[in-house]
Design a protein around this ligand. Structure first.
Ligand SMILES: NC(=O)c1ccc[n+]([C@@H]2O[C@H](COP(=O)([O-])OP(=O)(O)OC[C@H]3O[C@@H](n4cnc5c(N)ncnc54)[C@H](OP(=O)(O)O)[C@@H]3O)[C@@H](O)[C@H]2O)c1
Length: 447
């Protein structure tokens, strides 16, 4: 007997899902059991890339949810509202939901999960992180026997595309962004991507699954690539690193609530690091667990086909359970990803990591020694310290003392060993007070 599917949205992802449901040949036989019953859109007159019966379209998402022939609701319309309310409406009607909406899940996941658990229905979210990469189900199920130490990922394709081109071509951030917008790789309003908010939504979701309890989305330290300068990408390359926008969720100890450090920021990765070779719009997530070790998931992080692949996988999971009458037996705690502990984000000042610092200085004898002393007195050990001639490319940040045009200037790039954040900040304060130092021009984390 066919299983009725209702779509809320027929845009990039919705059309990709409909295309799979309308062409089941060569796929798992269960795909052929899925029947598209109703589809909500804003504008039924809009041209679509597929030949769908116009009778299926409605402008009322509520009609899709309330239709008795719709047994599984697929939310692929995006945005916070009405998406959140519609998901809750479907749950209240006892209908399982599949969604690709990371913004809603990162902010309202707890409310949605509680409603779903109370009503005994699944809300599955494989497409919300990493597009076509299976990462949600592995975290919930395949890696369930592990104690997860760290989840780190390149989970925003737009920024990875921009960073890849900055590294390959030595191009400036603004120029590559404009090009990415022209080519359709970046939105007209790129803020969610380039300021790191999209990656923060996604790492909030991954952390919640990896560590068994929700994390507070608003408390995730988030820095994007919008202030990254081409010079730092070039220096990083000379020193054997690539710059990536990394989202990281890391266990910082034991106990209840479990202390976690969760953050998003541009990061220098050694060229041999597994995530360093992830180029263009691709995504990758590296999971480090005990006892499995390192497992990496790699692939297309967005797009109609890859994202629809993940959505349909979730629909099939629900359809499979329905076929064996499993809905009556209650929810599988692994597939439902029931929370089993509390997590708390730690204050970053106690976390330990390596750093890259670029200083704009006078080109005078002894400068490097004085900077080295500031680091030493704060207990920060240095891995490398290199002086470059000043670039003179207008990249001196706002607020930096420009100095007379003829004054010899230099750029000093320091990479530290792993140090406590508070010690590092103490060293920077001392360096900033040195008369030779015109500005701390850039400061990036380093793996
Ligand atoms: N695009 C990707 O590669 C990708 C990857 C991973 C996750 N996602 C997530 O998937 C979701 C959908 O993304 P998308 O790129 O497919 O978006 P999209 O192309 O903008 O499509 C949105 C669809 O929802 C419909 N819609 C929006 N508001 C509506 C309303 N109030 N009532 C009825 N219909 C409404 C639109 O109707 P019209 O067609 O008539 O305008 C459109 O069909 C988002 O949550 C996104 O974050 C997308």
């Amino acid at each position: 007997m066919a299983i009725g599917v209702g779509l809320l949205g027929l845009g990039t992802v919705g059309a990709g899902v409909a295309a799979i449901l309308m062409g089941p040949g060569g796929r798992h036989p269960l795909v052929g059991e899925l029947a598209l019953r109703k589809v909500a859109v804003r504008d039924p007159a809009r041209a679509r890339p597929l030949d769908l019966d116009p009778q299926l379209l409605t402008t009322s998402p509520e009609d899709v949810i309330d239709d008795p022939a719709v047994e599984i609701v697929v939310e692929v319309m995006g945005g916070l509202e009405p998406a959140r309310s519609l998901i809750l409406r479907a749950i209240a009607a006892g209908k399982p939901v599949v969604t690709a909406n990371k913004a809603v899940i990162a902010r309202h996941g707890e409310e949605i999960a509680a409603a779903a658990a109370a009503r005994g229905v699944y809300v599955l979210i494989e497409a919300a992180v990493g597009g076509g990469i299976p990462i949600i189900e592995p975290l919930k199920q395949s890696l369930g026997g592990n104690r997860i130490q760290r989840v780190s990922g390149i989970i925003n394709g737009t920024t990875n595309y921009i960073l890849s081109r900055m590294a390959d071509e030595g191009a400036a951030y603004g120029d590559v962004l404009a090009d990415a917008q022209r080519l359709g790789y970046a939105e007209a309003d790129p803020a969610a991507d380039v300021e790191g908010h999209d990656a923060a939504d996604k790492i909030a979701i991954l952390a919640g699954l990896a560590y068994g309890g929700p994390v507070e989305r608003a408390a995730i330290a988030t820095e994007g690539i919008d202030r990254l300068q081409a010079g730092d990408v070039a220096y990083a390359a000379q020193l054997g690193y690539v710059v990536k926008l990394l989202a990281v969720a890391q266990r910082e100890g034991e106990g209840e609530p479990l202390p976690l450090d969760v953050r998003v920021h541009p990061t220098l990765l050694p060229k041999h690091h597994p995530l360093a070779g992830v180029h263009g719009v691709n995504n990758a997530i590296l999971v480090e667990g005990d006892p499995v070790g390192r497992v990496m998931f790699y692939g297309p992080g967005a797009g109609a086909g890859p994202t629809a692949s993940a959505v349909v996988a979730d629909i099939l999971n629900i359809a499979g359970i329905r076929q064996v009458g499993g809905a009556e037996a209650g929810l599988d705690p692994l597939l439902a990803a029931s929370s089993w502990r509390r997590c708390a984000l730690v204050d970053g000042s106690s976390s330990r990591h390596r750093n890259y610092v670029r200083l704009h200085t006078r080109d005078e004898a002894g400068v490097i020694g004085r900077i080295g002393s500031c680091f030493g007195e704060a207990g920060v050990s240095i891995q490398s310290i290199v002086q470059f001639p000043a670039q003179g490319d207008g990249e001196t940040p706002a607020g930096a003392a420009a100095g007379p045009a003829s004054e010899p200037a230099a750029e000093i790039v320091v990479i530290t060993h792993e140090v406590q954040e508070s010690h590092f900040r103490q060293a920077l304060a001392a360096i900033e007070a040195l008369a030779d130092v015109k500005a701390i021009a850039a400061c990036l984390r380093t793996l």
